[in-house]
Design a protein around this ligand. Structure first.
Ligand code: OOG
Ligand code: NI
Length: 464
């Protein structure tokens, strides 16, 4: 075979995420400032916390930290979503999780394309949060039909990108030269276009229906709307944003600051107001348009939670948000969050022993030295107590619907608060996608199980 000429999907993903980062830095210079801020904060944090540095080095996360990003895009049709799935598959990214944002007044549902295997995640965990517009939530039937028709007319992929996707599917990969071409062609789909594809009246009508509808429907393609680096200390990074000229959102989404970070904490700077041109601008030059869509975001990632842990998280978050019906707008939101989350255990021993979070088990040096001589029926916790086994938190690689809604809201210009009588429609989404999405919790479960099995094997001498 000639498969040895192929570069790995990890390699293509790394080239692509680098190219996206370079493009977005040119498009939104503040993104470059954000990357610098996060690099500074991470360096300080690692310098001050030797244990964190060692743990991240052991898990391989230290190496990936500098390239770690997620981005977000929004598409308008099943056809577009299904082709994106094939495009991301070339880079080893698969749909993970289903997020219903309609409950939060945003007319989309979403998944995240990301690598799923442990070594692929270690190589480069690049993720793209991808939303599909739910046209059926546009109340006005004529406007809905018009939006569908506009979307029908556009082709968001270049002919060469489509040809290279087919080629990769047919032959099982791409050589280095084709991979570079693929990255360049794929980039075109996510580029910003300041020329709208509609006239001012159409834009206004769609914007009134929901700002997100205008963002999806009125442009040539699904411009990347943010790229998010991972910080090791989001509170310090958040405090540093105004100093570097960024208009940070008031509230950090997700769990509060903790000794043992869980899931995901995120904050963003507000979307930029950018000049756009409508198709009829030549006719009426006084109607210069502006569009707000693109912003910056940072995130801090913690340990992945089990179903039980996640249920507790959801319950506590709902408690905080329902107080006085104030949601995250209440003045003392941060202290309420902190207060309520004292009910969530905050040591790794407790999180592990109560089955609230996922861990990757491995033999310590002492454990390795005794492999094959230790009784393998002993409980893992007993082996940990004896210093033979160690447990490392498994990082949460996914997203949170309530947080995502908060990020969407803060970037839609504030006042937008719509209500939809919709409910989760995972099957409809999967039909559009042309595939099932992975259950994210099952992926963490599998990683934990595999590490346990490996520990058992080496203890009983199977690998000795
Ligand atoms: C996606 C917003 C959600 C996140 O990190 O939760 C998101 C969007 O605005 O398209 O990016
Ligand atoms: Ni994001």
């Amino acid at each position: 075979t000639n498969s040895s000429r192929f570069v790995s999907s990890n390699d293509i993903r790394t080239r692509f995420s680098r190219a996206m980062s370079e493009m977005y830095r040119k498009e939104v210079p503040q993104y470059g400032t954000l990357i610098e801020l996060v690099a500074d904060v991470n360096a300080l944090t690692l310098h001050a916390d030797a244990e964190l540095r060692q743990r991240m080095a052991r898990s391989g996360e230290l190496e990936r930290l500098d390239v770690e990003r997620h981005g977000a895009i929004r598409v308008g049709s099943a056809q577009e979503l299904a082709t994106l799935r094939r495009l991301f598959a070339v880079m080893g990214m698969e749909p993970v999780g289903y997020y219903d944002l309609s409950v939060a007044g945003v007319p989309v549902h979403s998944t995240a394309f990301r690598p799923v295997d442990e070594d692929a995640l270690r190589a480069n965990p690049f993720r793209v949060f991808t939303s599909l517009l739910r046209l059926e939530l546009i109340a006005d039937a004529a406007l809905r039909a018009q939006a569908a028709e506009i979307l029908d007319r556009r082709q968001i992929f270049t002919p060469r990108a489509l040809a290279l996707i087919e080629q990769a599917e047919r032959s099982g990969g791409l050589d280095s030269q084709d991979a570079d071409a693929f990255v360049q062609e794929a980039l075109e789909t996510f580029r910003w276009h300041s020329d709208a594809t509609v006239d001012a009246t159409t834009y206004d009508a769609l914007q009134k229906s929901h700002r997100l509808v205008a963002d999806v429907v009125c442009f040539k393609g699904p411009h990347i709307n943010h790229l998010t680096p991972r910080t090791l200390d989001i509170d310090t990074a958040q405090a540093g944003m105004p100093e570097r000229g960024m208009d940070a959102k008031d509230v950090v989404e997700g769990p509060p600051q903790r000794a043992c970070p869980i899931l995901l904490r995120q904050t963003s700077f507000k979307a930029l107001k950018e000049a756009i041109r409508f198709t009829d601008d030549a006719v009426d030059a006084s109607r210069a348009g502006a569009h707000t869509a693109r912003f910056g975001e940072i995130e801090q990632r913690g340990v992945a939670l089990t179903r039980q842990g996640r249920a507790l998280y959801d319950e506590l978050l709902a408690q905080v948000r329902s107080m006085d019906n104030a949601g995250s707008a209440s003045a003392d939101y941060a202290s309420r969050l902190q207060q309520v989350f004292t009910q969530f255990p905050d040591t790794h021993e407790a999180l592990r022993q109560q089955g609230l979070a996922f861990y990757r088990y491995s033999l310590t040096e002492q454990g390795l030295a005794q492999a094959g001589q230790t009784a393998d029926h002993e409980e893992l916790e007993a082996l940990i107590a004896k210093g033979l086994v160690q447990a490392e938190p498994i990082t949460y690689e996914d997203f949170l619907p309530v947080s995502a809604a908060g990020i969407f809201q803060s970037n839609l210009g504030g006042e937008e608060q719509k209500q939809y009588q919709a409910h989760a429609a995972q099957q409809v989404f999967e039909n559009a996608l042309g595939a099932r999405v992975h259950d994210e919790i099952a992926l963490y479960e599998r990683a934990q199980q595999q590490s346990m099995a490996q520990v058992r094997d080496s203890l009983s001498g199977a690998l000795a």
